[in-house]
Design a protein around this ligand. Structure first.
Ligand SMILES: Cc1cc2nc3c(=O)[nH]c(=O)nc-3n(C[C@H](O)[C@H](O)[C@H](O)COP(=O)(O)OP(=O)(O)OC[C@H]3O[C@@H](n4cnc5c(N)ncnc54)[C@H](O)[C@@H]3O)c2cc1C
Length: 441
């Protein structure tokens, strides 16, 4: 079974490694990767001793202990990882507010605290007493779930920064497990100053001691080196009877982790319906700005959220040098700011960078004289946008791939809001399935 795996991000490489673990000869597997480096969205970059993750600060955590251990083992095992407590906050005006926001109401200025609590209780009463159904659009869902105070003070402005479109154009189908969901008692306690915790499954996380998050995909790549064709763009996939031709070379099977959006230009003979469905799946890009600082220490923070426009265009700032001491030279620190854009070029550039720095200075997060240099990276496919009609378009796209036997995998390969651990779990499932088929065959 000569198999082409399109894309050498974590999904493609994890699949290859799992197949080898299940007895597939490594020489059967051929990975095509457009970039000169494997790793995809898990890549990191080091400039003058400062390391940052190019597609937003990445942490390793998982509900699946075996998958997480497997990922650690790719990069040298437990000893190769820092273990960190997640300490995330929202910068609200000049205050630090505990995250998730509804667990931090007591940290707010008193009027905002009252607005949020009153709105939360009102919304909770509406939901429970009247048993109202969850609205399908995200803007209404926020108010239904959290009330007007939390919507106006945090959720609406923060999400407007990320999604870059009116929130009523987005559906609420992605929120389960993604948007924290505190019980009413916790919110009442939080508002009067009793500490409560939300989102506890992410209370601890791991990060490679050296090389940024990319150390994990570097480890995967190490074991597959001879099979990964770097700087090799997949330009054509053609079904030829029971087999496939990829860039003119014959294969028995094809697994694609490429964004569905690019497949209409690659898969020959795709009918107009699925092609249109794939092309119109919406996504946001992310631009990450490293700020290398001449500052010896940071507060003990993992990352923070910036909801206000005056804080600049970045929605999230990662305390990159707190993840691993080697992420900055000795005695120095770094910040990494994420700015989303609507998937169209140009990406945020020098002007956005200036506004980001001004916003951080305004928010009291750094001083101008501390800045040594900046670096900027953009990733085109970063966030899936769940606009109306998304599910139908995705179903049409995947049904077509199924009909031609091209197997989709990965965050944009299947348009699933996966973190890297979930990519690994999906790759493991697929490897089990393919290994089972090979045994039957
Ligand atoms: C802002 C942000 C923060 C995140 N934070 C975390 C986190 O904290 N923890 C975590 O675990 N995960 C996190 N993730 C998710 C994680 O990055 C992804 O789930 C994972 O990297 C996706 O891997 P993949 O292999 O499916 O896709 P990708 O990494 O996108 O891989 C696809 C590969 O295909 C290649 N390719 C595309 N077109 C072609 C072509 N025509 N020919 C050949 N190759 C091609 C690309 O170059 C790429 O290498 C985050 C993601 C983002 C955007």
């Amino acid at each position: 079974m000569k198999t082409a795996i399109l894309g050498a991000g974590v999904s493609g490489m994890a699949l290859a490694r799992f197949l080898v673990e299940r007895g597939r000869p490594i020489t059967d597997l051929h990975l095509f990767e457009a970039a000169p480096v494997a790793g995809g969205l898990c890549q990191s970059k080091t400039v003058d001793g400062y390391t940052y993750d190019v597609a937003g600060g990445h942490i390793l955590f998982s509900k699946d202990a075996a998958a997480m251990q497997w990922m650690k083992d790719q990069a040298g095992g437990d000893d190769a990882f820092e273990k960190r407590d997640r300490n995330t906050k929202i910068r609200f005006e000049d205050k630090w507010v505990h995250y998730p926001f509804e667990n931090g109401l007591g940290d707010l200025p008193i009027q905002a605290n009252y607005d949020c609590l009153e709105g939360y209780v009102r919304a909770w009463h509406e939901r429970t007493a009247r048993d109202t159904a969850a609205p399908a659009d995200f803007a209404s869902w926020i108010r239904w779930r959290f009330g007007d105070g939390i919507a106006d003070h945090f959720m609406a402005p923060y999400n407007a920064k990320i999604w870059k479109r009116p929130l009523d154009q987005i559906t609420s189908e992605w929120v389960a497990g993604r948007v924290p969901d505190a019980p009413v008692a916790d919110v009442l306690k939080a508002a009067i100053g009793m500490r409560t915790e939300g989102y506890t499954h992410q209370a601890l996380f791991y990060y490679p001691k050296n090389g940024g998050f990319q150390a994990i995909t570097d480890g995967l790549y190490e074991g597959l080196k001879a099979q990964v064709r770097l700087s090799t763009v997949v330009e054509s996939v053609r079904q030829v009877g029971e087999r496939y031709s990829v860039n003119g070379e014959d294969f028995d099977a094809v697994v694609s982790t490429l964004p569905l959006n690019v497949l209409p230009d690659i898969v020959e003979g795709m009918p107009a319906g699925p092609a249109e469905a794939m092309r119109t799946l919406e996504f946001n890009s992310v631009t990450c700005i490293l700020l290398a600082l001449d500052r010896a220490e940071h507060p003990n923070l993992s990352w923070i959220y910036l909801p206000h426009d005056v804080q600049g265009p970045a929605n999230r700032v990662t305390y990159m040098s707190n993840y691993a001491t080697t992420n900055a030279p000795a005695g120095k620190t770094s910040l990494m700011c994420e700015i989303t854009s609507d998937g169209k070029l140009p990406y945020p550039g020098a002007e956005a960078e200036k506004q980001t720095i001004a916003g951080l200075i305004h928010a009291g997060l750094m001083r101008e004289e501390e800045l040594l240099f900046t670096d900027r990276s953009s990733s085109k496919y970063a966030y899936i946008v769940y606009d109306h009609g998304f599910s139908e378009r995705k179903r049409t796209a995947l049904e077509y791939l199924d009909s031609v036997g091209v197997v989709p995998l990965g965050r944009f390969g299947k348009y699933e809001y996966h973190n890297s651990d979930q990519c690994v779990i999906e790759a493991r499932k697929l490897a089990d399935q393919l290994a089972g088929q090979a045994v039957k065959g």
